[in-house]
Write a protein that binds this ligand. Structure first.
Ligand code: NDP
Length: 340
């Protein structure tokens, strides 16, 4: 089978492409420029014709994917801005929503062989900040982020603008499918991961250029990290290894029962202190440098109010999770190899 993967050069997407290739699929990966595809051609060279590149300069342009969807059996749409640079909420919302709609419109028009579209959404589209413990499920939507961006506009925090972009994009996908139900031969599945950590396959020359989530682990393990003991021990969110969420994209395409569903995919909650404890307990240490110690064990007392019900992904996708020790060991080994 042939799969179209959008934003193929991203941190997550390169692993998604790799997962599909490893399972025998042919992958057409889109990037915004020739230059962004060079590294991909190199790392997937062994797969020959089973990895193909396509340039889509503007994912929001009308008909941007019209030709590309013609001969694919499935689509994994991952391209969406996850950075913290900008002011206008549309920096995030426009490409997230209109990129999604553009993929779906092309699939509606020309996707005769398409059976399923998987969209990388996020826990950002599910959870909101809470002061008491709350377990979020696939029934939940982060309406709070949309409200905040509507009220505060450019003065909303950039993380809220990102959350709003993910919520609006996912919601618009479900609305599109509902509206065109009688005309489409494919169905939709969305994946809602929390922070994605793990080793890097995409093109990166220095740690400062790491993507938003992977950079957090690099920063907290730096000897020069300025995080206080209090910050280190505070609840920081939930996480999943990049290889698990990449595989989840394959499973979401393959499992019939995943049709029409959202899946919260999370390994568990973390504090940055938890990561430091693991980093300092690895023997031998993958790194040739020190890692800050913080206050060993202090993360264990964190009160994680945001909780996720991941039973749907366990049941339908049969998704298993790489442990924190395994994930961090591989991440630090990756840093060591790069001389970081
Ligand atoms: P990266 O920044 O590494 O990759 C983002 C990808 O999206 C790149 O291919 C990028 O292309 C593309 N992209 C970004 N903005 C635009 C735009 N305006 N127009 C076209 N393409 C664009 O991010 P991740 O790999 O971390 O994220 C991938 C997906 O996973 C996103 O949908 C993100 O929301 C989602 N996600 C990520 C999480 C995480 O912790 N990393 C958590 C939950 C969800 P280019 O290189 O050309 O900019």
């Amino acid at each position: 089978d042939r799969v179209l993967v959008t934003g193929a050069n991203g941190f997550l997407a390169v692993w998604v492409v790799k997962s599909f290739l490893d399972k025998g699929y042919t992958v057409v990966g889109t990037v915004r420029s020739e230059a962004k595809g060079t590294h991909l051609k190199k790392i997937f060279k062994e797969h020959g014709d089973r990895f193909q590149l396509a340039i889509v300069k503007d994912i929001t342009a009308d008909g941007a994917f019209d030709e590309l969807v013609k001969d694919v059996d499935a689509i994994a749409h991952t391209a969406s801005p996850f950075h913290m640079e900008g002011e206008d909420p549309q920096v995030w919302i426009h490409p997230a929503v209109n990129g999604t709609i553009s993929v779906l419109k092309s699939a509606l028009k020309n996707g005769k062989n398409v059976k399923r579209v998987v969209i990388t959404s996020s826990c950002a589209a599910v959870q909101k900040a809470v002061t008491e413990p709350q377990t979020f499920t696939e029934e939940d939507w982060n309406q709070a982020s949309i409200d905040e961006v509507e009220t505060k506009g450019k003065d909303a925090s950039n993380i809220m603008k990102y959350c709003a972009s993910k919520t609006l994009a996912e919601r618009s996908a479900w609305e599109f499918v509902k509206e065109h139900k009688s005309e489409i031969s494919w169905d939709l599945t969305t994946l809602n991961p929390p922070y994605i950590f793990g080793p890097v396959l995409h093109e990166i020359s220095k740690p400062e250029d790491l993507n938003t989530s992977a950079k957090l682990i690099w920063q907290c393990t730096q000897p020069s990290s300025t995080m206080t003991a209090e910050q280190l021990a505070a609840p920081a969110g939930e996480w999943i290894d990049v290889r698990d969420i990449a595989l989840a994209h394959v499973l979401a395409l393959e499992k019939e029962a995943a049709s029409g569903q959202r899946f919260i995919t999370s390994t568990g909650a973390f504090t940055y202190q938890d990561w430091l404890d693991i980093a300092n307990s690895l023997s031998p240490s993958p790194l040739k440098r020190d890692v800050p110690k913080g206050v060993t064990g202090a993360g264990k007392a964190a009160k994680h109010n945001v909780k996720f019900d991941t039973s749907n992904a366990a049941k339908v996708l049969d998704l298993k999770y790489i442990s924190a020790e395994h994930s961090l060991k591989d991440t630090l080994e990756d840093y060591a190899q790069r001389g970081w």
